[in-house]
Design a protein around this ligand. Sequence first.
Ligand code: SAH
Ligand code: SF4
Ligand code: F3S
Length: 434
Amino acid sequence: MKKLYIETYGCQMNVADTEIVFSILGKEGFSRTESIAEADVILANTCSVRDNAEQRIWGRIEQFNIQKKARKGVIIGILGCMAERLKDALLESGKVDLVAGPDAYRRLPELLSAVSEGHPQIDVILSREETYADISPVRIDTNGVSAFISIMRGCNNVCSYCVVPFTRGAERSRDWHSIVREACECVENGYKEVTLLGQNVDSYRFGEVNFAGLLRMVAESCPSLRIRFSTSNPQDISDEVLQTMAGHDNICHHIHLPVQSGSDRMLEKMRRRYTRQWYLDRVAAIRRHMPDCAISTDVIAGFCSETEEDHKDTLSLFEAVGFDAAYMFYYSERPGTLAARKYPDDVDIETKTRRLEEIIALQNRLSLESNRRDLGKVMRVLVEGPSKKNPAELCGRAGSNKMCVWPDTVHKAGDFVDVRVLDCTQATLLCELA
Ligand code: SAH
Ligand code: SF4
Ligand code: F3S
């Protein structure tokens, strides 16, 4: 049996894809190893979204080559978004034997066998149909509690800063039958939570079924399963989705709603198809349907031509919404994107960093305020396992996606437990069993 080692970078979509790759290659007799030193095949499933993501992979490729020098016959492959973006350049580096884009994974067995005969291989053809719908993923998370289910691939938006449409191709929705079946299999295999994944889940459509319909079907077919999803697009998130969330106890009240900027001028340049006011109205709609719904976001500081005024608009939007959590980045120009071709990357790195730090400092305060609003509340959490800091405590997430810890020697990973919030930090709710 050949041993396969995969490192996964980037978003949850890549985690789901790595599970597909383990499934495809598992059927060909590869067994999974977590030790790079015993691997016959070393793969990295990569991300291109920002330059530093790619720099990190180049560093790993150097490390992989140490294995290759030490042990003859070791194969090094690059999968995922960086494979798709850099194509032949990866092979030409002489440090990689195999390059396979996100839609080429079914061909991995034949590509690997050609590589083992001494011929480097590349397949970066993007598909309009591939959804890997029929492939049962081999789960890589270790706690056996929470699983990702990919419901669509690609992206049809053309946000001007973003490389994803280039690396993932056109948007396509997966057959809902196979999604519901996979959710049911998760329940049978002991999973307690699934996260439905897509770059823009609100544009899911398969036949007559839209995202609200899919959510309803998964929630009703698997009543014991806790359901999350990501990512929602402010332009497309519908009242029907909000009603569906409000009407089903097993759908978590948490929406990840990336705003990117609080300035209309920036949003237009970014080619996001909404305004600041539209975003605030969507937040109001969410809270109308679900007063307890947590909202998280993504933001980019220092996009092309961003002024201090634009930046202040972002800060004031954060303040107005009071996000529960945020992923915060400074702009990284990606070759080939509309922004790279059209707008100079003209905010200097000091300014980008300073603005990002200001957003982070503000969000730290907002996260703390959000957690303080939970003091005294009782919430249902899904136990993930012992807390990192104290083995006598368990940790798990509430529906809001907030991390809770509490003293507990009775329950175990996968249990649902009611806890009362006693105290908090900016990152964690400190609780007791309720
Ligand atoms: N489909 C999701 C985003 C996927 S990429 C959406 O539309 O919201 C995840 C996040 O990375 C984005 O929300 C954005 O905040 C960030 N990002 C994307 N391209 C970037 C770039 N060129 N520089 C910095 N951050 C970027
Ligand atoms: Fe990128 Fe925009 Fe698509 Fe999100 S919606 S993946 S930011 S192009
Ligand atoms: Fe990165 Fe590709 Fe995801 S660029 S964020 S791994 S879709």
